[in-house]
Design a protein around this ligand. Sequence first.
Ligand SMILES: *[C@@H]1O[C@H](CO)[C@@H](O)[C@H](O)[C@H]1NC(C)=O
Ligand SMILES: *[C@@H]1O[C@H](CO)[C@@H](O)[C@H](O)[C@H]1NC(C)=O
Ligand SMILES: [Mg+2]
Length: 261
Amino acid sequence: MHAPTRFMVLTLLFILFTASTAIASSNIYIHLLNPHYGSGGHKHPDLNCLSWRLAVETNNLQNWTVVPLACKDYVGHYMLGKQYRQDVDLVTAEAYEFAKGLNLAGDGMDVWVFDIDETTISNLPYYARDTVGFGAVPLNLTTFNAWLEEAAGLAIPGSLKLYKKLIALGFKIVFLTGTEEIHREARTKNLKAVGYTTWEKLILREAGDGTGVAYKAKKRKELEEAGYRIRGNMGDQWSDLLGNNAGDRTFKLPDPMYYIG
Ligand SMILES: *[C@@H]1O[C@H](CO)[C@@H](O)[C@H](O)[C@H]1NC(C)=O
Ligand SMILES: *[C@@H]1O[C@H](CO)[C@@H](O)[C@H](O)[C@H]1NC(C)=O
Ligand SMILES: [Mg+2]
């Protein structure tokens, strides 16, 4: 009698825990999709949105400016649903498998480079706004910068877990973001608030730094010239990962909401 009773209690606890975790974690992602948004706009009945997303993730589609209106709801459901999270979790788990096989010199110079937006911090509450439409509306820098200043971005769970494990393995963390230097305080506040409490360097973009691949490659070169060894490099944009001094291995996280060249 005892064994089944205990089993049932454990099962119930498990269900409750799972349910409360699901509720807690879905709370932060609840932003109602407006099913009518953009319905008066252009539809592209021939566009398969899964094919579009795959082409985006593989860098076969480049220099696109907005999510096709026909794929706005698709991208919204992808980002808010389980698939996005699972896609991230698989990549971050693989990154950990790679990282734990590396021999660190123990001199504090082995670093892991993380991008910030859509890599360690999610801007989904901003992108889910009706006025942003998951990237189907051209980016409004005024409202986006105001959002950055709120420092209210969310941790991407898989990335936060990887971050903590990398630190436990002895890696130093470098955050390298295209965010402009004027937002340093807000970015620092946001990172710390969601659990990224420590780092070796937080590199933001200054005037004259350039953009995209050129900017990121330049900063990575400076890091390695200063003696750091980039053992891993993770980003949501190909421009985080291409170019010189890319790191021993790169990891691409999904992001069908915007493209930075
Ligand atoms: C995208 O833009 C970059 C920079 O202007 C250019 O080098 C590249 O060829 C473009 N890619 C495509 C597919 O047009
Ligand atoms: C961006 O948003 C601001 C604030 O809502 C608005 O005043 C402005 O017109 C928008 N800019 C564009 C290009 O839509
Ligand atoms: Mg990013």
